[in-house]
Design a protein around this ligand. Structure first.
Ligand code: AMP
Ligand code: GLY
Length: 412
């Protein structure tokens, strides 16, 4: 079969390379892809991710059997629906179901209605109500802008001053939705779950991301600065509870409310004293969680997607090794950063997944915030961590930084 992967980041690099290993797959294409993927997919960067009609024409003209949509934006823009209208198979939800990620309020209301454990919340629709709310609310308070923010639209305010400043930062005009949440304490983890309507199959391997920019979870939130799997200190029992209390009920809730979800539901959870609770849902694989999970996955991803479509049991098989991924990001990220610095010293076909590089002549230069994920494998998280840092150090560039503590929570 022929598979088209939509997207240009490290997650899509990992998806394309994993799908390319499938014995079911004859050829992989990527739109727009990135230049580091050339040995795993045919790249079509002349087509933009947002050019839906061109993508549809491409899929028809090339007899594509499956389209796998990596990022959230095309899902929320309805690319999945348009492809399905042409009888093309798509892994990824349509616009209505993708709201589970696109609208914090949609997700919160659904969780409230179906008693799915999450932080209490309060919605406001204009700046003055927001300022009134933060005068008396409990602290710390979490402030989230509704809509997509690539993990960067969240402010955790510990003091009232910070809360007021947070509201002022997020309100660029008088009107607009903000969601306030009570602050949850605990360790976060990411559970990828295959969902087809009310049929939900969580991965039996959890990953852990590192959302803050700097060591010891300091600095601003980012899209993710590194991840690893498995997470040995988060027990099977917690995975079981997350499935029973979150994964199954949310799939049933969406289905009951008429939102048919087919694809990958990302459960961003936090292990509180009362058990796992939802921080956020995403309508696609995590980045960089996908890169470490798909490296560890031994079984055939494409077969799993077909099993999901047919509502068959999914039998994951994982390598024994742990996998750690360390993100190298442009200095300044998640704020502003300079582009165009040479990045070398790595082999894009092995142990690296590329998100923000482009070719200039015969070499790569940084072209995005998150640039490249260095992967390490080992018999323990500690060994995998050492291997990942060894691979990170091989990358030569003046303009990149990374965290030094990816995986530490599993090691201490
Ligand atoms: P989100 O974009 O909703 O995933 O939030 C980004 C990050 O902010 C999460 O990964 C958490 O580290 C933090 N965060 C979000 N909501 C909460 C909450 N209610 N309590 C504690 N931390 C939170
Ligand atoms: N790594 C978190 C995310 O993909 O949203």
């Amino acid at each position: 079969m022929k598979v088209l992967v939509i997207g240009a980041g490290g997650r899509e690099h990992a998806l394309a390379s994993k799908i390319n290993q499938s014995s079911l797959v004859e050829k992989v294409y990527a739109i727009p892809g990135n230049e580091a993927m050339i040995n795993v997919a045919e790249i079509h960067n002349e087509i933009a991710e947002s050019s839906h009609q061109e993508i549809i024409d491409f899929a028809i003209n090339n007899n594509i059997d499956w389209v796998v949509i990596g990022p959230e934006q095309p899902l929320i823009d309805g690319l999945g629906d348009l492809l399905r209208q042409q009888a093309i198979k798509v892994f990824g939800p349509g616009q209505a179901a993708a709201q589970i990620e696109g609208s914090k309020l949609f997700a919160k209301q659904l969780m409230e209605k179906y008693d799915i454990p999450t932080a209490d919340y309060k919605e406001v629709t204009n700046r003055s109500d927001a300022l009134t709310y933060v005068k008396t609310c409990e602290l710390p308070v979490v402030i989230k802008k509704d809509g997509l923010a690539a993990g960067k639209g969240v402010i955790i305010a510990k003091t009232r001053d910070e809360a007021i400043k947070g509201v002022e930062t997020l309100y660029t005009e008088e009107q607009g939705q903000l969601v306030f949440e009570s602050f949850l304490e605990g360790e976060e983890f990411s559970l990828m779950t295959f969902v087809n309507g009310d049929y939900a199959v969580p991965f039996d391997c959890i990953a852990q991301d590192h959302k803050r920019a700097y060591d010891n979870d300091e600095g601003p939130n980012t899209g993710g600065m590194g991840a690893y799997c498995p997470v040995p200190h988060i027990s099977e029992e917690v995975l079981h509870q997350t499935n029973e209390r979150i994964a199954q009920p949310i799939a049933q809730a969406m289905s009951k409310e008429g939102y048919h979800f087919f694809g990958l539901l990302y459960i961003g959870a936090i292990l509180t004293k009362e058990g796992p609770k939802v921080i956020e849902f995403n309508a696609r694989f995590g980045d960089p969680e996908a890169q470490v999970l798909l490296t560890r996955l031994e079984s055939d991803l494409m077969q799993h997607i077909i099993d999901l479509e047919q509502r068959q049991p999914i039998h994951f098989k994982w390598k024994d090794e742990a996998v750690v991924g360390v993100m190298l990001a442009s200095k300044g990220y998640p704020g502003s950063y300079d582009k165009g610095y040479k990045v070398s010293g790595f082999d894009p076909d092995s142990h690296y997944f590329v998100s923000g590089l482009k070719k200039e002549g015969d070499h790569f230069v940084n072209a995005g915030g998150r640039v490249i994920l260095a992967i390490g494998e080992g018999s323990t998280v500690k060994d995998a961590q050492a291997a990942a840092y060894n691979n990170a150090e091989k990358i030569k560039s003046d303009n990149l930084f990374y965290r030094n503590d990816i995986g530490n929570k599993a090691i201490k």
